[in-house]
Design a protein around this ligand. Structure first.
Ligand SMILES: [Zn+2]
Ligand SMILES: [Zn+2]
Length: 281
């Protein structure tokens, strides 16, 4: 019996590319952020050891690019120990099926995200009417149908540990999606925030294209629970991260991160929550 791995029927290439697309930043010797069009993937692990984990899986049709970025950093035919997902939106799982087939590695996500990854539930439709931005206006083209990863995707362990990353723990940060998680390494304050907050105003095409750095709430057109999203940002701010890699935008660190995140946590209603939109009440 062959297993069925499939994208949703609305899976497609999304024509949007930022100036950072195709470039990578080594934030720490074992922490590498690479931009695929308009979304970041993160490689955690030291190139010297050849052992690493991939966080998120890029845009649709980006598998060959992701594989070559990894081979360039870790060596030919190297594969991650696991693929860990912050959540299952199309821009974070875009290449995952090709990657699973190429590497034969396990995938982990929060159990509340599994229905979207096992063919059961589509994400709510993006909101093109939400306050602000050209990306919001184009959001109806974004894929929302569930993908089918069958038993290749597993729930993250209930004890907060992260497979393949012993020094990290996962933190449930819902709001942008029900099973959204972030990853934190206490010893040096590294935070992988996914879309719990981002470092660019993701709704505005101009800012996405130029990657103008500005802390922002989760991308508005796909966020459905703003109260939960605010709580999640407060939770992450309380960790006082020293480095943050977010799903969109450039890595942020030090005082800029501390101050920006504090402001976002305090004034989330002004900065992040749109004044109108179908998921705002
Ligand atoms: Zn998202
Ligand atoms: Zn995203």
């Amino acid at each position: 019996m062959g297993e069925i791995l499939a994208y949703g029927d609305d899976y497609k290439y999304i024509p949007a590319t930022s100036i950072e697309s195709g470039s990578g930043i080594e934030v720490l010797p074992d922490l590498y952020c690479y931009t695929v069009q308009i979304v970041n993937i993160v490689l955690i692990g030291n190139p010297g050891t050849g052992e690493f984990v991939l966080v998120d899986a890029g845009m649709p049709y980006s598998a060959n690019k992701i594989i070559s970025v990894i081979e360039e950093r870790f060596g030919m035919n190297k594969r991650p120990k696991a693929i860990i997902l912050t959540h299952g939106h199309f821009d974070h799982v875009g290449a995952i099926i090709e990657l699973i087939k190429h590497w034969d590695v396990p995938v982990y996500a929060h159990e509340l995200e599994l229905p979207y990854l096992t063919g059961k539930t589509p994400y709510p439709d993006p909101d093109p009417t939400v306050e602000g931005g050209m990306v919001s206006k184009m959001s109806p083209i974004f894929p929302v149908d569930p993908i089918e990863l069958g038993n290749r995707v597993q729930a993250l362990p209930g004890d907060g540990s992260v497979p393949g990353l012993p020094k990290f723990r996962w933190i449930h940060t819902p709001g942008h999606s029900p099973g959204h998680v972030s990853f934190f390494r206490e010893e040096d304050g590294v935070l992988i925030a996914g879309d719990a907050f981002v470092a660019v105003k993701q709704e505005y095409l101009y800012k996405v294209l130029t990657q103008e750095q500005e802390i922002s709430g989760p991308p508005r057109y796909l966020t459905t629970d703003w109260a939960a999203a605010w709580n999640s940002v407060k939770k992450l701010e309380a960790l006082k991260p020293a480095f943050a890699i977010t799903g969109h935008g450039l890595p942020m660190e030090g005082q800029l991160l501390t101050e920006s995140l504090q402001t976002l946590a305090e004034k989330f209603d002004e900065i992040a929550i749109p004044s109108y939109g179908k998921y705002v009440n």
